[in-house]
Ligand binder design. Structure first.
Ligand code: DMJ
Length: 660
């Protein structure tokens, strides 16, 4: 029978047979009004927000909805709303096989929307934490005393204060086990080291204040996360950290705090590492290279500076997790490793599944030193093997291509670069020789040969006389120099001063020329900050063309070269350039809550990228601080800086603290 009722009526069944209903099938008028009222109230509650809430008020419905959309888009990375395609942008670039810049893999653009996997990994991690009833990491108490976090196996170690140790000054030696430095008549200066010049002292204090600002805000808003987002005041993690919260800024920034004499902050970071830094059970795909240079390197430096075995043991713990990546036919490691399963792989975009030169070629310093301080030769053997494999390969015109297949041992595409994908490979050849107390002649020879080939085939002079390293693709030069390649001024200078032969002057000239070009790339912008990559054409010199190249990501390479060149030449211009850089950082990158990169160095009012990179504390601020310090502070005779700016002791340095 048809019904006139507005609301549905339901036929009930009992054992499959319809049960006659005794209920009335229509409503009285008063009931209908009541129901209408309920619907109306529901509607107002649901949609009223668009009209009445202050955030959305002041526009028509379409406008309001659009605003809501904009709000959600802004929060995109957290809400997983895909980023709109950017023409000529980073997303485009990273999607093109063979055109991908290593840089974006090593340091993915902060605006790339983090993928679903990241969220899932986080959820999984949170669930795991819940399961274990672990509480979320809290902001540390500034006043708590360090407490013993020493395993019983470590108790056999020598307990002793280190020379001029901050830990000693904090009277923590009672609970910390240290390896003492070697007996020596001279201990290298690792903190202090004020310059005689009052202007430099003032400038150095400014850098220290900048470090405090960067650190304090990281502590305030992102403690335990990898990096700080200074604009949105929250944590940030890039894919290089496998989407896990590893406290990258703590580990990367800790030695800078030590060197600057920021005792309380150092202690605070040290406590966190001792109590919370642990990779166990973490299901994350980490970059082998980044994990090595930032975590293993940072921890080893803190061990060398303080002798605190906690740092050494944590460094070993991390390195152990990286070892399965070396299980390839050649022993050349893969780029990525899953910390939980040990399964490893290369980036999908890398030429035919290749490993990357600047990644597998940038492990030597940390792994060698780790073997020496732990007594376990496994680490040294791994990197020695990498060296022997590449040494035995035929090099096209003496050059090292950026790609090498770890299964076949064949080079991939013949793309060569002093910047992304190549850079720190060259650096570690020279520095391995320096670290060995100049014993490792093989490394020196390889460096000299590689640099000679790069200079002949890739170094060019612009129309107005600027020296720059061009990328080389097979036989074709691409007249573009990455900001990353700006470290080469300092490196070539270091090679020249340590070589001391008839070629030294020539190399020093190149070092000065390349450093000058990088400086030009800075001062040819209204912000006085250098672009991510700059080009040379018939019409332009040392300027970025593409929008993705116009970023400044708080990178250190240019000021790193100023620092080395200052030490080698004592030419005041390098300090002046460094000061100009500080002023630019303060004007364009400083925010009330930390430091941020910018998206376009050619705009007077650039947009901030909202990421305080961990290397800003590890490298940029450290090199600035050293630029305005006395040369004895972290003397280049005693220390060699890893590619993340972490000083490691050279053989013969009493702080080497070799395992006995
Ligand atoms: C750092 O992580 C290291 O210097 C690395 O070798 C490449 N560059 C970044 C900072 O730009």
């Amino acid at each position: 029978m048809a019904t006139t009722s507005i609301l549905p009526t339901y036929q009930r069944f009992l054992n499959g047979a319809p049960v006659p209903s005794s209920t009335r099938r229509s409503f009285r008028t008063r009931e209908k009004h009541l129901i209408l009222l309920v619907f109306l109230t529901f509607g107002v509650v649901c949609f009223g927000g668009f009209f009445f809430l202050p955030e959305f008020a002041g526009g028509g419905t379409v406008n309001s909805v659009f605003k809501v959309y904009r709000h959600m888009q802004k929060a995109g990375p957290d809400l997983l709303i895909p980023a709109p395609p950017q023409g000529d942008g980073i997303n485009d670039i990273t999607n093109k096989i063979g055109v991908v810049r290593h840089d974006f893999i090593k340091h993915p653009d902060p605006h790339q929307i983090e993928d679903k996997a990241k969220l899932l990994a986080k959820i999984e991690q949170d669930l795991e934490m819940d399961k274990k009833h672990q509480k979320v990491l809290e902001r540390p108490d500034f006043n708590i005393n360090i407490h013993p976090s020493i395993s019983s196996s470590m108790k056999s170690e020598v307990k002793q204060k280190t020379i001029d140790s901050i830990i000693g000054k904090l009277e923590l030696a009672e609970t910390i086990i240290t390896v003492p430095p070697a007996e020596s008549s001279r201990y290298p200066l690792v903190t202090g080291g004020e310059d005689k010049d009052p202007v430099s002292r003032k400038r150095r204090n400014k850098v220290k204040e900048m470090m405090k600002h960067a650190w304090d805000n990281y502590v305030r808003y992102a403690w335990g996360k990898n990096e700080l987002r200074p604009v949105s005041r929250r944590g940030h993690t890039a894919s290089i950290f496998g989407s896990a919260n590893l406290g990258a800024t703590i580990i990367d920034g800790l030695d800078t705090l030590y060197i600057m004499g920021l005792h309380e902050e150092f202690k605070q970071g040290r406590d966190w590492i001792a109590e919370h830094f642990n990779l166990d059970g973490l299901s994350a795909d980490l970059s082998v290279f980044e994990t090595n240079i930032r975590f293993v390197g940072g921890l080893l430096t803190c061990f060398a500076l303080t002798g605190d075995v906690m740092f050494r043991d944590k460094a070993e713990l991390v390195a152990q997790k990286l070892l399965p990546a070396f299980q390839t036919q050649t022993g050349i490691p893969y780029s990525l490793i899953n910390i939980k399963t040990g399964s490893s792989r290369n980036y999908g975009w890398a030429s035919g599944g290749a490993s990357i030169l600047s990644e597998f070629g940038t492990l030597h310093l940390e792994f060698t030193y780790l073997s020496d301080v732990t007594g376990d030769q496994t680490y040294r053997m791994k990197v020695d093997n990498v060296r022997q494999v590449i040494r035995g390969l035929e090099k096209p015109r003496g050059l090292y291509p950026n790609y090498l297949n770890p299964k076949t041992g064949n080079w991939g595409q013949h793309h060569m670069s002093m910047g992304a994908l190549g850079d720190s490979f060259y650096e570690y050849l020279l520095k391995a020789w320096i670290q060995s107390g100049k014993e490792d002649q093989e490394a020196r020879q390889m460096y000299d040969d590689a640099m000679q080939a790069a200079i002949s085939h890739m170094l060019r002079t612009s129309q107005s006389g600027l020296l720059y390293f061009s990328d080389l693709k097979f036989d074709r030069l691409e007249h573009k120099m990455d900001h990353l390649a700006c470290f080469s001024g300092g490196l070539i200078g270091l090679g020249a001063t340590t070589l001391k032969n008839h070629m030294s002057d020539k190399y020093m000239e190149i070092a000065a020329g390349v450093t000058n070009t990088c400086h030009e790339s800075y001062i040819r912008t209204p912000t006085h900050l250098g672009p991510e990559a700059f080009r040379f054409t018939e019409n332009i010199e040392a300027k970025a063309i593409r929008s993705a190249d116009k970023y400044y990501l708080l990178r250190p390479e240019t000021v790193e070269s100023y620092f080395y060149m200052w030490r080698f030449t004592k030419d005041e211009k390098y300090r002046e350039w460094g000061w100009d850089f500080i002023e630019a950082l303060e004007k364009y990158c400083r925010t009330p809550d930390g430091y941020s990169g910018i998206k376009n160095v050619y705009l007077e009012d650039p947009i901030k990228d909202d990421v305080q990179q961990s290397y800003f504390l590890a490298e940029t601020l450290k090199y600035l601080y050293l630029l305005f310090s006395d040369d004895n502070l972290l003397s280049l005779d005693d220390w060699v800086f890893n590619t993340e700016g972490h000083p490691l002791p050279n053989r013969g340095n009493p702080f080497y603290r070799e395992h006995s």
